[in-house]
Design a protein around this ligand. Structure first.
Ligand code: NI
Length: 214
């Protein structure tokens, strides 16, 4: 554990993402950090320092904030080099962050630390928080809440996922409802079960109110 690096990472992330209105703000990062540590403690596994650093920094290279994901990874690596993090830890953190995003499509993760941070990030994408974040993001992208005439895309390329026509409600089927079956740890699966059920209840109520006369 090295509190110096953790404090540096906190300050860096607050500066980079603090005012992001797409659901990747500082409080998302803080929840993912806490969830990651909770999972690691409960499962009694993983390098806690690497997990906490990766959780804090996981959204820094996001393509939504840079020209490309590669540019984002370079930006992160430059910063890790600047704070003189030992090479071994830099490699571990870069390895985690480059593989865990939903759009990377990588299913074989390099380490238990990567699995834990990915689980935590996915848990924060579902349940009541996930619903709130979905509509905040949709609003920022100028999407409708819902449009029943748009087809649900079961399979899509990375490009389609980023740019295709969609709505916030469609996002539940294209991503959020799939997440509970993509988790690695038992601790995360338990937390996800309640949140998944809540999203299904939300959708049921949403359609009921949509069809006002039914
Ligand atoms: Ni995230």
């Amino acid at each position: 554990m090295n509190p110096f690096y953790l404090k540096e990472a906190e300050a860096f992330v607050k500066k980079q993402l603090g005012r992001d209105a797409s659901g990747h703000d500082w409080f998302h990062i803080d929840r993912v950090r806490k969830l990651s540590l909770h999972i690691a403690h409960t499962e009694n596994t993983g390098d806690l320092f690497v997990i906490e650093m990766a959780a804090l920094l996981h959204d820094i290279p996001d393509a939504k904030l840079h020209e490309t994901e590669d540019a984002g990874m370079l930006f992160l690596r430059d910063w890790l080099t600047q704070i003189k993090l030992p090479n071994e830890q830099e490699q571990a953190i870069m390895g985690i962050i480059s593989t865990i995003s939903f759009s990377s499509g990588i299913s074989k993760l390099p380490s238990i630390e990567a699995k834990i941070v990915q689980d935590a990030d996915r848990i924060d994408a579902i349940g009541a928080i996930g619903i709130a974040r979905t509509f905040a993001y949709g609003g920022k992208k100028g999407q409708l809440l819902y449009d029943p005439s748009i087809e649900i895309r079961e399979h899509m390329t990375k490009q389609e996922y980023r740019t295709g026509q969609s709505t916030s409600i469609h996002h539940f089927y294209e991503k959020l409802l799939k997440l509970k079956d993509m988790l690695h740890t038992d601790t995360a699966k338990k937390i996800a079960a309640e949140r998944h059920a809540f999203m299904e209840l939300f959708l049921q109520q949403f359609y009921k109110e949509w069809d006002v006369t039914s």
